[in-house]
Design a protein around this ligand. Structure first.
Ligand code: TYD
Length: 130
């Protein structure tokens, strides 16, 4: 789901937005990464995570998400403001498109483990029925 964050400041002074464990973020943050310079025509993602939870922000630009939940339902979300966050639970298949100037910031509940990824869509579909 998308959630709104407070922006502290003013157009005269600029803004700050905060995401803090136990307030805006429900899980302990073990990893932070950011992606940038993704060309307009490129779609990234194409995977789900067995355990990982994420909160994602578009600190710049616009980012469009198509998610498929563990019931196989499609959900679409757009981050187009640094005041919005998207929480992605475990086992959501995601495809992501970026505006040319988009910077995606991700707060992650786990360190990087390649074995946590499901990169095959059929494996994702079958996994949820186990
Ligand atoms: P991936 O998560 O597949 O990115 P996207 O879904 O945005 O295309 O990661 C891309 C590459 O970066 C992949 O080879 C794994 C590597 N990577 C790390 O080494 N550590 C990390 O924390 C992340 C997120 C990715």
């Amino acid at each position: 789901h998308v959630f709104n964050l407070k922006s502290i400041g003013s157009s005269d002074l600029g803004y700050i937005t905060v995401a803090e464990y136990q307030n805006q973020i429900s899980f302990e943050i073990k990893r932070v990464y950011w992606t940038y310079y993704t060309p307009n025509q490129v779609t990234r993602g194409h995977h789900a995570h067995k355990v990982l939870q994420q909160c994602i922000f578009a600190v710049s630009g616009k980012i469009e998400f198509e998610l498929i939940n563990p019931n196989g339902e499609k959900l679409n979300f757009i981050l187009d403001s640094p005041e919005k966050g998207l929480y992605i639970p475990k086992m959501y298949w995601r495809t992501i498109k970026f505006s040319h100037n988009a910077v995606l910031l991700c707060l992650a509940s786990e360190i990087y483990v390649e074995d946590d990824y499901i990169r095959d869509f059929d494996e994702f579909i079958n996994y949820k029925f186990k």
